[in-house]
Design a protein around this ligand. Structure first.
Ligand code: 4NP
Length: 157
């Protein structure tokens, strides 16, 4: 029988259609490649509800697919109060996400809330929203998330 996962990770951005679904898929892929799937629960959510129930943005689906990762089983959702007790780590993609998470968290939240790149790599850099940017933005976000996911697994596992 498998043991209970040791780490439960929630990636959070604004809409849960561009950055955090990509982080969910990529991080899961990195964990699987290292044979650590049983030790992690992975999910993503948005601070906003505009895209509730939607597939990830086609540009996130495409950059993931180019790299052998399927995002099409994922659907957008908004963060919920029980996320703060269900997850051990909640990672915001930018500082505005982190601020909103800190404001929404109950006083004795079990989850620790961090800026993703700061926790994973020690650099206080945000993952910028690629939604209105040039198409290369999604490739850049993919590479940043891939590198940070490898660092995050090294740090936790
Ligand atoms: P995400 O990008 O936060 O990385 O999912 C966005 C997607 C949609 C919107 C904003 C950001 N929007 O305003 O609809």
């Amino acid at each position: 029988m498998n043991a209970k996962p040791q780490f439960s990770i929630l990636f959070v951005c604004l809409g849960n259609i561009c950055r955090s679904p990509l982080a969910e898929g990529v991080f899961r892929d990195v964990v699987a490649a290292r044979g650590l799937t049983d030790r992690f629960t992975v999910d993503s959510a948005g601070t906003g509800a505009w895209h509730e129930g939607d597939l990830p943005d086609p540009r996130s689906i495409e950059v993931a697919a180019k790299n052998g990762i399927d995002l099409t089983t994922q659907r957008a959702r908004k963060i919920r109060q029980d996320d703060f007790s269900r997850f051990t780590h909640i990672f915001g993609m930018d500082l505005s996400n982190v601020e909103k998470l800190q404001r929404a968290a109950p006083a004795r939240a079990a989850a620790s809330i961090h800026l993703f790149l700061e926790f994973a790599t020690g650099t206080t850099i945000e993952i910028p929203d690629p939604y209105y940017g040039d198409p290369d933005g999604f490739d850049r976000v993919y590479r940043t998330i891939r590198d940070a996911s490898a660092s995050l697994v090294d740090k936790l596992a």
